[in-house]
Design a protein around this ligand. Structure first.
Ligand code: B12
Ligand code: SF4
Length: 578
């Protein structure tokens, strides 16, 4: 069938949607264990009220929308009913982004499209597209495996190599600890590129993008210019960098440092990077780059069975070095590896605890479609094809037959690991305040009049000041042992930085009240918080993409303010600019 947008001069009308909610509940389409949160799901889940609570959008959809010459609507976190209503608005193309455990939701959404928008083309994308044979399992017109901007541009006959415009987005929409909103603006999102060349056997993101890195921002200058624009638009200089291995391109990172220092504009970054790239980058450069948080996959204690990236590094020493310069570390480890048994798995849990990082993630070894691990275990007949995709979320049962961890034993180890780590090292919020203060002390002693290091030192000081009112909230909720640690830290900070200013004292009182309200809410209603629906329109003519024939990167204009976002809160819609 030839779709009408191909033969008419009007702009194609495109709907891009994430899967429908509610999320993290046991129903026909999903599981209670699979909640729509990063930290509370798989990092601070054992920390009770001290857990970090954040909602992240389906970022890939906004990247596609911002880079097409079309009228594009992004619908994030819709209800099923809301999606059904939206598809009836006459779209030419409906794109659905999903991951493997949300397969059933994507299938239902495609069915809804066929019923209520029979003329629309249905395009499936996101990591769920890697499911073997998904083309025939879900009624759709196209399945896009890999990077989506390029595919869409090609599909619409637009210039595929046009530069990629980075949309202005918050990295998270809701951000609380103990139910207390983190003060200030949420971080900006920065996606310099997708994929990673390292190709660790279990890694879905590396394999999904062909074990290649596809940069969206190619040079340090492009990153710097993008950061300036986004920071000015959103009013904060903090960036959460959603790039699997940002430091891998050392030259680009060094060029970014140069730009920041030349313009004396010192952004701060939350990064993901592997241990070998951190070593290659050098600790001093991390300070100059403004890294304040880094997520590292240590995976396992074993040197022999570990990945190339970890062979040459000393995990505990690296974590200590990083925390000493004020970089909070999120260390990630894998449970139920092939060589694990109930008698040796504790060694890896102990290793992760002894790293003494600010945050620790434990994940079950989960072979996802497209990875080398999946192919190998499938070849051995070990993949649990009897297990519905809804259960492939890695928080409960293994999706493969591990002789040593049958039934629910994997989940028991996972929960035990999180609890032990929390009991041993206390809450992550305490650890992060300690890291910021440590960084301030180190830089105060070593800046040697260097203006750039001086600026970074001032940032560490400001971060310590900003976080420290949380120690009051923490003490009101912590175990006696943690209260003691928090007291000691509070005294040390007061000795060096003086007492809390009155405004911060009032903030601390307010935070304690908010925390008490949240604790009561959790007792009465549980701690689940569903993300609200977000509706964003990108209209054609925002000059966000190159005209077909005039490819000239210097003439690309920023159009982010042309975007209108609507948050649905029940029947009330609040209009906001990003
Ligand atoms: C942000 C994120 C989340 C957010 C989700 C936000 C949301 N609204 O859905 C949170 C934190 C809540 C989350 C949760 C989970 N996540 Co998650 N998440 C990510 C993360 C870190 C970043 C994704 C991102 O924004 N990337 C940047 C954008 C630009 O890239 P992208 O999304 O890949 O989009 C590109 C292409 O994929 C494609 N594309 C995407 N959508 C579409 C749609 C169409 C129509 C087309 C054509 C193309 C297309 O084009 C885009 C531009 O190139 C990725 C890892 C990663 N670094 O990618 C994991 C990842 C996507 N998550 C994953 C998993 C497994 C989960 C969880 C099950 C957690 C867990 N237990 O491991 C839960 C599930 C929660 C739930 N109930 O659904 C897996 C998916 C693996 C798979 N094969 O399905 C990933 C890859 C991590 C991993 N384990 O390797 N996640
Ligand atoms: S280094 Fe990290 S992002 Fe890269 S392949 Fe390995 S696990 Fe994936």
């Amino acid at each position: 069938m030839t779709h009408s947008y191909r033969t008419s001069s009007r702009a194609p009308r495109i709907l891009l949607s994430g899967v429908f909610g509610p999320y993290g509940v046991d129903d026909e389409f999903g599981r209670a264990k699979n909640i729509m949160e990063l930290f509370h799901n798989q990092v601070t889940k054992g920390q009770g009220l001290a857990s970090f609570r954040l909602h992240h959008r389906s970022f890939g959809l906004y990247f596609i929308a911002a880079n097409l010459d079309a009228d594009v609507t992004v619908l994030d976190f819709p209800s099923r009913k809301r999606f059904e209503k939206e598809v009836q608005k006459g779209y030419d193309i409906i794109g659905i982004s999903f991951i493997t455990p949300n397969y059933k939701k994507a299938k239902e959404m495609a069915r809804v499209c066929r019923e209520f928008a029979p003329d629309a083309e249905i395009v499936l994308g996101g990591h769920g597209a890697a499911i073997e044979g998904v083309e025939s399992l879900i009624d759709c017109d196209h399945v896009v495996k890999g990077e989506g901007i390029r595919w869409f541009r090609e599909h619409l006959g637009q210039y595929v190599d046009a530069p990629i415009i980075h949309p202005t987005l918050p990295a998270s929409d809701w951000q609380t600890i103990y139910g207390v909103p983190v003060p200030g603006k949420t971080n900006n999102l920065l996606v310099p590129g997708v994929g990673c060349v390292n190709g660790c056997n279990f890694c879905a993101t590396s394999h999904y993008f062909g074990k290649r890195y596809t940069p969206f921002l190619r040079t340090g200058k492009e990153i710097f210019d993008t950061c300036c624009r986004i920071a000015d638009e959103r009013g904060t200089d903090n960036f959460f960098v959603m790039d699997e291995n940002f430091l891998k391109d050392k030259e680009r990172a060094l060029a970014l440092i140069e730009e920041m220092e030349r313009h004396q504009r010192y952004f701060k970054f939350y990064l993901f990077s592997s241990a070998e790239t951190i070593a290659n980058m050098g600790i001093d450069n991390l300070v100059r780059l403004g890294v304040i948080f880094i997520w590292i996959g240590f995976e396992t204690k074993s040197k022999k069975g570990n990945y190339e990236k970890n062979i040459a590094n000393d995990g505990p020493a690296l974590v200590q070095q990083l925390r000493d310069i004020g970089v909070s570390v999120l260390a990630s480890g894998i449970l139920c590896l092939e060589e694990h048994t109930p008698s040796n798995i504790q060694e890896d849990i102990d290793f992760m605890i002894e790293l003494n990082a600010d945050l620790v993630q434990f994940m079950l070894y989960t072979p996802l479609p497209v990875t080398a691990l999946y192919t190998r275990l499938k070849g051995k007949g070990l993949i649990r094809e009897d297990l519905p995709f809804e259960d492939w979320h890695g928080q409960q049962v293994l999706n493969w037959r591990h002789p040593a961890f049958p039934g629910d034993s994997a989940e028991q180890w996972l929960n035990r690991a999180f609890k032990m780590e929390y009991d041993a090292n206390f809450s992550s919020v305490y650890r992060m305040i300690e890291t910021a203060f440590r960084g301030y002390k180190t830089l105060s002693a070593s800046q040697n009049g260097n203006p750039h290091l001086h600026a970074r030192m001032q940032q560490m000081k400001a971060r310590t000041q900003e976080y420290r009112p949380m120690l009051e909230v923490l003490k009101a909720n912590a175990s006696p042992a943690e209260q003691l640690k928090a007291d000691t830290l509070q005294k040390e900070i007061t000795d060096l930085l003086g007492p809390l200013p009155l405004s911060a004292k009032l903030l601390a009182v307010g935070a304690r009240i908010a925390a008490a309200c949240w604790a009561m809410r959790v007792q009465l209603k549980g701690d689940m918080k569903q993300p609200g629906t977000i509706y964003t329109r990108y209209e054609q003519g925002d000059a966000r993409v190159m005209p077909l024939s005039t490819h000239d990167s210097t003439s690309v204009s920023s159009h982010a303010t042309a975007v209108v976002t609507i948050r649905d809160a029940g029947d009330v819609a609040a209009f906001t600019r990003l």
